[in-house]
Design a protein around this ligand. Sequence first.
Ligand code: GAP
Length: 501
Amino acid sequence: MTKITMDTIVNLAKNRWFVYAWSEIYGWLANAWDYGPYWSLLKENIKNLWIKEFVQKKTDMMLLDAAILMNPNVWVASGHVWGFSDPLIDCKSCKKRHRADKLIEEKFSSLGWWEVNWIISHINDNYNETQDYLNQLTKEANKIINWDFEEFKNIYKKNIINKEWNERIKSFCDLFIPCPDCSSCNWWEIQNFNLMFKTHQWVTDDSGTEIYLRPETAQGIFVNFQNVVRTSRRKLPFWVAQVGKSFRNEITPWNFIFRTREFEQMEIEYFCVPWTEKETHQRWNKDCENFLVNVLWIEKKNLRFREHDPEELSHYSNGTYDIEYKYPFGWGELRGVASRTDFDLKAHMSHSKQDMSYFDPVNNRKFIPYVVEPAVWLTRLLLATLIDAYSVDETGRAYLKFAPKVAPIKIWVLPVVKKIWDLAKEVYAQLAEDFVCEYDEVWTIGKRYARFDEIWTPFCVTVDSQNYEEWKVTVRFRDSMEQEVVELKNLNKYIRNMMEQ
Ligand code: GAP
């Protein structure tokens, strides 16, 4: 079997109405994509299936749609203003900007970022001595896994804004890291670059009018916690879900739509009594795997669970589990469940001076709830669904094997002969009341079948004059290639039943 590469997927997506390069007529904006007709539909289908599965079918789940632009103090409280940044380094020779941590990680792939940081903190100005030390560490990489990274992280956090520390990293890069663009080892000091996109409210652009495009949807749920409790009258535990766009000024977006500056999140915040949060992890892992495998038809062998190491955890988390997908470039995150403790509600309570606690009438006590955040990134689900659906038939032709509920187009309506075009359009109108269909009168029947197989439309309805005289049409099934004659008056119900099977 030929290995699928990201290039195969990108080319297929570009050629089959899935994706367009953003602002292409102006020469494109790097790493930004517009979703074309099929991917827009696929995205809506996945989003709606997710809402059906995790909101509609649950008794304790509510949907929210908070604004993208929020009061900037939200991001001060959440920690994003001070902590949501990447260490960037500029090449003095070619002026290109890079992420210092990524460059160092790539160069010393057997060592982690934290190990390399440790080395940097102990760097010696003598190249040979530092090189010897590095060689020795690289050889013994396994042994250093037991180092005390927690202690190191504290030193790092204290020093990251420290001039001397930044100069150390610069010397390290000057010694060992050639610029990927011009190969020279000639760097400026590291700068911490905040990933939030800034904009200005009102017409002036002084710092008083500065606001941010949200980097995550979660905070829209936290700041509304008291509103939800008051208006829904729900008792703990309950869930609040949100789907929406987030923005991050990534310096190195990569791998097609895997990491982009504008992306869509589907986040859920589960508010519960403190220390009961761990119980939900298992339930969520199971529900989520079920959604990926049975609803989206992503193969189980391409999914795996991974628990975050303590040193990977975000500042708000006391435990995180991911489901990773086997992308053509390797295993990567598809969704995560983070235990966020009471970090966010406490932070908003302290900054806003508003009460964020919950009163439990049964036990007559007041406390700040704990939060578990199971979240899926819609943009990555789209990518994983497309990659997993990619198949090649015995003639070498690529097609996309989508689940019928996920498929962008459900039914292809084909008139067999020209004189029946108007009647076929009536059949299309009847089906379009319930399903996204395509009407096609252009090619020969054989070519039209081939087109509908290519994007794996689950059903094809052919209209011929003989059947139509008896108010009937023929339904052809993509998977079995079988055909069945169905009465027009039952057609929509018949297809709906077939979709459920
Ligand atoms: N509310 C929690 C949160 O946003 P995060 O780890 O900052 O947590 C969540 O981001 C996930 O969103 C990431 O682990 C990744 O899967 C996805 N993600 C982050 N940045 C992304 C980007 N630039 N493009 C696509 N997906 C991204």
